[in-house]
Ligand binder design. Structure first.
Ligand code: SF4
Length: 290
């Protein structure tokens, strides 16, 4: 999902400051495999020898602590109404990238990551659609002493073994709704896998930053927020904080460009009063809220 980054991040991305913080972008610096037929590609995808990548960048304070290399993987099984990056939905629209090339890129920046307390983040799309590639990069990162972060909805958590989870230092976990009905309406998917994955992370003493996108009229009811809080409570001490991300319309042009009917065409972001109410609701459960 995680394609919905924080409002600050999106604003930052638009700004000159962000441009100076971004060292690279798109898919520069990677050679795509050539000459692989469909069968070879599927085999390489399964083994994690290649991954389908939408883009990557180097950023600060956006997708986890410190300066990070964020890799946006292609492919997502959900269809969130507020998705900022519908261009990541189809895996085939990404570029195949060799595992070795990705690991070398992490190695290149490892001193920067260590100096800033940063590391590598996999985002998307839904990077859990490519568990072999992502977990092999994470394994290599851990061997280099680099911090790892997975930005996910947890919807495909069953794709991850406990050993693979062990190489995740931090998970940015999107809890998109607190009940099945709203979750289905927002994403087209089911909520239970997110809860299950969060519990597995907690059982393995991983850190979780919960992300909740606040959309007036869609996710903002007191009952829904209460249910999200109750889900977070099930993760116990693993939850370091909850990010309440106010909906905004910066993603709308992509829906238009791709000619996909955009369900939130006229939706507005939350008022300050609504954001305050939701923040206080989470705080009343003892959570730190950003
Ligand atoms: S549709 Fe997929 S990529 Fe878009 S916000 Fe939802 S989980 Fe993220």
């Amino acid at each position: 999902m995680p394609a919905f980054r924080s409002t600050t991040a999106h604003m930052l991305r638009e700004s000159k400051e962000y441009a100076s913080q971004t060292l690279m972008g798109g898919l520069s610096g990677f050679e795509s495999p050539i000459g692989l037929d469909r069968r070879d590609r599927l085999q390489a995808l399964k083994s994690g020898d290649i991954g389908f990548v939408h883009s990557w960048d180097i950023n600060t304070s956006v997708d986890g602590p410190g300066t990070r290399m964020t890799v946006f993987m292609s492919g997502c099984p959900l269809r969130c109404q507020y998705c900022q990056n519908p261009d990541t939905w189809k895996m085939r629209d990404g570029q195949p990238v060799y595992l070795d090339a990705m690991v070398k890129k992490v190695e290149r920046y490892k001193d920067l990551f260590k100096a800033t307390g940063g590391g590598i983040t996999f985002s998307g799309g839904e990077s859990m659609m490519q568990p072999a590639f992502v977990s092999r990069v994470f394994r290599a990162a851990k061997e280099m002493g680099v911090h790892t972060c997975l930005d996910t909805s947890g919807f495909l958590g069953r794709n991850y073994t406990d050993d693979q989870i062990d190489d995740i230092d931090l998970c940015l976990l999107d809890v998109k709704s607190g009940n099945e009905e709203t979750y289905k309406e927002v994403t087209g998917g089911t909520l239970a896998p997110t809860i299950e994955f969060g519990k597995r992370l907690a059982a393995q003493n991983k850190k979780i930053w919960v992300r909740f996108v606040l959309v007036p009229g869609l996710t903002d009811s007191e009952e829904n927020v209460e249910q999200v809080a109750q889900i977070c409570e099930q993760f116990g001490e693993a939850v370091e904080h909850i990010d309440v991300l106010g909906f905004h319309q910066l993603g709308r042009p992509k829906w238009h460009e791709m000619r996909i009917p955009y369900p939130l065409e006229d939706a507005k972001g939350p008022s300050a009063a609504l954001k305050k109410r939701v923040t206080e609701q989470f705080e009343s459960h003892g959570f730190v809220v950003y």
